[in-house]
Write a protein of this length. Structure first.
Lengths: 463, 463
């Protein structure tokens, strides 16, 4: 059983390192918080949400009718769970949609490959494009190449993304997707294919957004599945010219509507700033958006529901299921434009899958250090280590964190995340229900601390 | 290090069970056999073959120009390795080819699914077919249903294939693919989709051959990837009518040529019956045929090459890379029609992936029991247990084994095999080089025993 007292100080790296120092006094965990946390290990709300959303809606690409259906589904679900002030704040954005796609090696060894267009790729049209491959190990190598080596060719960028616990490799290894197409275009390439930004070994390509820099002519840009990229590397190694045909049919359908779905647990004192917990509702179109980010929506709503059912928190909890995150954080930026001048007590987002939380970060300021310590102490029995007190991050909430709004980061284990991310394989079966419940327990405990204490509402005396 | 003496009797279940009995005398392993076996643990020929075939040819569907390119590649490769009498024996067969395919749920929850046509599926034509789903848990449940429940609908057969060490579950769980389409057609269904016959959790459908029984009108027949089949089951569980659109465009292109590629290691005594070692060269069209069966071709040729390089075996070794196995054992049946009346000392086939061999079976007859024991003793140090002395199996060689030709079965671990089998995921990266080498070591040791002893050819005295 999980202990209700967490001797958090004993778990800290500092304490282990300086074994001579007397141990600091343990941070006591409020028994109510501990009880809520432990009960959440049996949660079924999060699974119910992610199972429902991925089954009854499936993929929900930003700005499409599928995302609109997801908003309708969400409003109904959140109202059904008993949340207050359930509403949608709409905004619009330019929308790119996938048509059909294929790739094949024409010479020297004719064979088909599995490809997916990157978001905002130019369309090849149904006839496709054909050209000789010019290969690079990295974006830097492409950047260093003379234009003459690239002009009129199809660029291939190889690389080997390694998984990391915290997902930090996405920054480094995402470069071929984010910058490759622009650089290839500027050097006169007719198209580009990259090794998928992913860590699996399946024939499932990983898509994702990219934007051509101003002045760079859009060109067709796709991602090969990792086995196909390795096949391409083996073919290139034979040293003969390699040519490829690429069909990436897509459409820019103009500006369409998206929106943020918002719901609340009203606090006992409506004058106090709310705690915001978030996820994103949209998904890439290849999978069903289970780990990215149906799980996050399930986790934050389940935690808020569990607090609401236990009584009334001092501060309001605001749930935001952001729209159009994948294609450029449109939902987060719209929320920020509307609400960032209102005070927020703390903001947090779950958008890194459904595997167990292993570390808690926070950025609440020096004055609120005891609160940060109370959160860490409440989470320690879940196997969660203490991270930074000076940083927290999140996708949609990133700009608001940069603005200085206090934040909390519950960090999930990222080792499996890029096996699935943005690929057809992001489906419900990839979620481990036990790890999902650990997430709910962590978010419940965090909310129980940050929302300022839960009390049963006072009953009116019957006459 | 691997011991060169295998106390095989000590490893047998019987010996363990009757601990009171005096241990039988150990079967001594010829030190030459042991040395060949152990050296093969550093083999690179098998990897070279499967890497080359899957990279330079890729998929090689029976009867297509890709399989013809594979034969050309194979003849060149086997000659390059120094084998004698390298030749192709051709035959022809009716050929079905895949066009393009897609599937989507139309109602109640519109979404795309990943599908692949089964071999010999009828074509839907480009317009596809649409209909209501009628679902069954098994072929037996479909068989038991009244025609009226099936007529005019699209049948869905769900099931849950579990992996087995020896692959025996393929017989039981293959029924939806083999029999489902015929039964659905006979009951008036307009099409059928089955849960892929596989054990993975990826968005990669598993194809495979099926044949409509005489009198059954061919209907479109596809396999959903396993995550899609589970999604279908969840959607059906909601209890509302489910309708689907299915596009499976394919073609019967008439009779085309295939062939068996044959090569030999001539024995010292050409009057003796040869030992036949086999694999199949063709593959399904979705992957690159790495584990099914490029690996098998690499394993048997590498083992024969190692024997050949060590000297001359007493008996000839005949390598056969069969054509058109996947679509109906055409290569095995052609070989049998031409050669089965010639004596064969023993036949064996590698066609179950590239994972480690865990068990050796043989069916050499009572008089050759000491030889069977010598094989088992030679393999024991590789972690291979003794199986049956009364049975052996193989795909192309199955009919010849049934005819009574002596056979040997080196059984691979099948736990991962149906994760990959007939799917886009059957690619080179799935082969573990260390386990592949263990296979080569086992086949080399087996051949060293069965080929009757290797001797350096006598050198002519120089004048």
């Amino acid at each position: 059983m999980i202990r209700t007292l967490a001797f958090a100080a004993l778990l800290s790296t500092a304490a282990v390192a300086s074994a001579q120092a007397p141990p600091p006094a343990p941070v006591l965990v409020d028994p109510k918080v501990a009880a809520l946390r432990d009960a959440a290990l049996d949660d079924s709300y999060a699974w119910d949400i992610v199972e429902g959303l991925t089954t009854e809606v499936g993929q929900r690409l930003a700005g499409t009718e599928a995302e609109a259906r997801a908003r309708d589904w969400s409003v109904k679900k959140l109202r059904g769970l008993g949340f207050a002030n359930v509403r949608v704040e709409t905004f619009d954005l330019p929308v790119w949609t996938r048509g059909y796609e294929s790739a094949e090696i024409l010479a020297p060894f004719p064979q088909k490959m599995v490809v997916a267009a990157l978001g905002n790729s130019a369309s090849t049209g149904p006839a496709g494009i054909s050209g000789e491959i010019v290969a690079f190990d990295s974006v830097d190598a492409l950047r260093a190449a003379p234009d003459s080596a690239v002009r009129g060719r199809i660029v291939f960028i190889d690389h080997r993304m390694m998984p990391t616990q915290d997902g930090s490799s996405y920054g480094q290894f995402g470069a071929p997707r984010r910058q490759g197409p622009t650089i290839a275009s500027q050097k006169g390439a007719i198209g580009i294919v990259i090794r998928s930004i992913g860590t699996d070994r399946h024939r499932n390509p990983h898509t994702g957004v990219m934007n051509f820099a101003d002045g760079a002519r859009p060109i067709p840009a796709g991602a090969l599945s990792i086995p196909d990229a390795e096949q391409m590397a083996r073919i290139l190694k034979r040293g003969r010219p390699v040519s490829m045909r690429l069909v990436l049919v897509s459409q820019n359908i103009g500006r369409r509507q998206s929106g943020n779905v918002i719901a609340e647990v009203p606090g006992r004192d409506p004058r106090l700033a709310p705690v915001l917990v978030a996820c994103h509702l949209d998904s890439w179109d290849l999978g069903t958006g289970a780990v990215d980010d149906g799980a996050g929506c399930g986790i934050v709503a389940a935690a808020a529901k569990r607090i609401m059912d236990a009584g009334r928190p001092l501060r309001s909890i605001r749930i935001v299921w952001f729209g159009a995150e994948e294609v450029g954080l449109f939902g987060g930026l719209d929320y920020r434009a509307r609400h960032a001048k209102e005070p927020h007590y703390a903001i947090a987002e779950s958008d890194f899958g459904a595997d167990r939380i292993w570390k808690v970060d926070s950025k609440l300021g020096l004055a609120r250090r005891p609160e940060a310590e109370a959160i860490a102490a409440a989470l320690a029995p879940l196997g969660i280590v203490r991270g930074s007190y000076e940083e927290a991050d999140g996708s949609d909430i990133g700009p608001m964190l940069a603005d200085g709004i206090p934040g909390i980061g519950l960090n999930q284990d990222g080792i499996r995340y890029f096996d699935l991310h943005h690929s057809p394989d992001d489906t419900l079966d990839k979620i481990d229900p036990a790890q999902l419940r650990q997430n709910v327990a962590a978010w419940t405990a965090m909310l129980a601390v940050v929302s300022g204490g839960i009390e049963e509402p006072k009953r009116r005396r019957r006459r």
